[in-house]
Design a binder for this molecule. Structure first.
Ligand code: FAD
Length: 611
């Protein structure tokens, strides 16, 4: 316990708040409880029970006990757990150091996850110290398996291996990233693997996967080219004793340990996520939001028939990203344009981003861009970016290897060259759009994948390692439109990029994070909550009240005593840590939930005292 004594309570019993999940969201909520308690909770006593089998602060994903080879995917200067005056919230700002300030790192450094875990632990301890004496916190290193209790009364939170539940006046579920039961395809592949003595690793958190089943020198099919793939690549190469040498020309050479398997990787797009951009912004920023701001979101939310993402939202997003791109191109490289910015902007503003046929990317805008931007490489084509290997064909897998290395080298070069700073403007546009989309709730998985592919790819050094592994033959590319079948006692992969060819292996790794829904999560607590009437979105996210995070039932009524925050809800905020001075929707949500919880508990105490 931290803190001391404190009178008050419900009929002599101290009020109690149970927070399930003590990762970044649970910790961020506690920070907001500390910040708001002076105003809202004064001297009343409160017991806060933090339930998580993993250490509070980092929780499961950021626990300090994990291989130091795994890096964060954010630069240290882009990670903060502290609010600033850009956050639109009712509670007070409590400033504190970003990861790079706290760890005294170069701001552009990609810290390892252990280090982030240490930062999170420090944030947690600092938060405990900032709580008023009447608020005591206790960590229970257990899994919570069920929440029960009447709607209007005290809740019970049952912990694994504990005979009696924790009693709670309020419960907050900050459950975060969850494991999922296998879907039909994964079940079939797993059954085939069992029957034929093959290895099948389904979607998982790579740091938690048992990779020892992948033998040295044996081919392994890998499906997925995002961040889970990068973790897998690192653990199976450097993690097995390989190392990199840097040549006089700066190029990396991989020195194998001999314990690596031979990876064959492909995906729908067939290419890795775009490299992180390797230079800083200079000069005037595009004035965002411009074509997709709060007013547009209000208008979409007010539509009586609802909205369709592709039809109603995407054209606005496309116009916004185009605006960011061309604003920068005209400002930084007027010599690469054939019109004044004033003329371009006037016409761009006027034209709609919807074709007469209803598709995004309006014909008038395309014609305007063609006239104003002579070099096609300077035009923004989101569809081409999303399908980089469309129409690309190679006669053999050997030919594809050279082709893809050239593609990745091109991407690395471009993303580290400020001459292409409109790319960075689009990145700023993506962040702005993300902030707006949060208010629309569940918009389906496509946008999140697209955002990650463009804005949340690997650090440049990881792609240089990937190229070295490719040159060393430890990693081979399969191409786009990858399919996997289980036949003739093996797994067989094909792709659209090398028609007619295939690669066989006795091992298949699904290199992507689990995608749980409220029905398919392995978390019994959440599954049961759903079975008992909590509402969910079509994507399988728990529906919460956007105002304060209260869990909604299927009639839309908020549960008075249950809240939920984080990626398993439809008010996910950004899926990442907050960057300083960006308004942080997650901070706003944490603050609103903390204030609603404190106000409820205060009223409860007052009622009990009056009675
Ligand atoms: C592998 C990975 C890498 C990432 N890398 C980055 C990055 O580099 N940069 C970035 O900005 N973002 C990154 N993110 C995203 C971001 O960090 C996460 O969104 C963040 O961890 C979310 O915090 P959270 O507390 O909501 O969820 P989590 O971190 O998942 O924490 C939830 C906690 O709840 C606990 N829990 C769940 N169910 C129960 C239960 N029933 N009983 C008790 N405890 C329970 C879990 O043990 C866990 O500790 C990454 C996410 C993942 C999965």
């Amino acid at each position: 316990m931290s803190g001391a004594g404190g009178a008050g309570g419900t009929g002599g019993v101290r009020p109690s708040l149970v927070i399930v999940g003590a990762g970044p969201r649970g910790t961020g909520l506690l920070e907001r409880i500390a910040a708001n308690s002076a105003e809202l909770y004064a001297d009343s006593g409160l017991d806060v029970h933090l339930v998580d089998p993993y250490p509070p602060g980092g929780g499961r994903i950021w626990r300090e006990e994990q291989p130091p080879l795994l890096w964060m995917n954010s630069q240290a200067q882009d990670v903060t757990m502290f609010t600033d005056d850009t956050v639109d919230m009712a509670g007070p700002v409590r400033e504190g150091p970003t990861l790079h300030e706290w760890a005294e790192l170069d701001g552009r450094h990609f810290a390892d996850r252990q280090r982030q875990g240490a930062y999170m632990r420090w944030v947690y301890e600092r938060t405990l110290a900032a709580l008023p004496p009447g608020i005591r916190v206790r960590h229970h290193p257990h899994r919570a398996v069920r929440v029960g209790g009447p709607r209007e009364g005290r809740q019970q939170v049952w912990l694994e291996g504990r005979p009696r539940p924790l009693l709670a006046d309020l419960v907050v579920l900050a459950l975060g990233h969850l494991d999922a039961e296998l879907d039909t395809e994964q079940k079939e592949l797993a059954a085939y693997a069992r029957a034929h003595d093959l290895v099948h690793l389904p979607p998982d958190f790579t740091a938690d996967s048992d990779l020892s089943a992948l033998p040295p020198g044996e081919p392994v099919l890998v499906r997925g080219f995002g961040l889970a793939f990068v973790d897998l690549m690192v653990l199976l190469t450097e993690g097995r004793g390989g190392r990199y040498e840097t040549g006089a020309d700066g190029q990396l050479t991989y020195r194998a340990s001999g314990r690596e398997p031979v990876l064959h990787v492909g995906s729908r797009r067939g290419v890795p996520y775009h490299s992180k951009i390797g230079y800083d912004w200079t000069g005037e920023r595009p004035p965002l939001p411009r074509f997709f701001g709060p007013g547009d979101v209000d208008e979409l939310l007010a539509r009586p028939g609802g909205f369709d993402f592709r039809r109603d939202v995407w054209p606005l997003v496309e116009k916004e990203l185009g605006f960011a791109h061309y604003h920068r191109l005209f400002a930084a490289h007027p010599e690469r344009t054939a019109m004044t910015w004033a003329d371009f902007e006037r016409r761009y503003e006027k034209y709609t981003a919807v074709d007469s046929a209803g598709g995004a990317g309006g014909a008038e805008i395309r014609a305007l861009v063609a006239a104003a931007v002579p070099d096609p490489a300077d035009r923004l084509d989101l569809s081409a970016l999303d399908h980089p290997l469309d129409g690309v064909r190679h006669p053999s897998y050997d030919a594809l290897q050279d082709g893809l290395r050239t593609y990745i080298e091109g991407d690395l070069g471009r993303r580290h060259d400020p001459a292409h700073s409109p790319d960075l403007a689009v990145f700023l546009g993506l962040l702005s759009v993300y902030g707006q989309l949060v208010r629309l709730g569940d918009i389906g998985p496509w946008w999140h994948g697209f955002f990650s592919y463009l804005a949340s790819g690997p650090p440049g050094p990881r792609l240089r390692q990937l190229l070295a592994l490719s040159r060393a033959g430890v990693l081979n590319f399969l191409g786009a439109g990858m399919t996997v079948s289980a036949e003739d006692g093996v797994f067989r992969a094909t792709s659209a990029t090398v028609p007619g060819a295939y690669v066989e292996a006795r091992a298949l790794v699904e290199a992507r994070l689990p995608h749980p829904t409220v029905e398919r999560t392995r978390d019994t607590l959440l599954r049961e909550l759903y079975a008992e009437g909590a509402a969910a979105t079509p994507e399988g996210l728990l529906a919460v009240d956007p105002a304060d995070g209260r869990v909604l039932d299927r009639s839309g009524a908020p549960h008075p005593r249950r809240f939920a925050l984080g990626p398993h809800t439809d008010a996910r905020g950004s899926g990442a840590f907050t960057r300083p001075r960006t308004g942080g929707p997650a901070f706003r949500q944490n603050d609103a939930t903390a204030r609603a919880a404190l106000a409820f508990l205060r009223d409860l105490s007052c009622r009990a005292t009056a009675a």
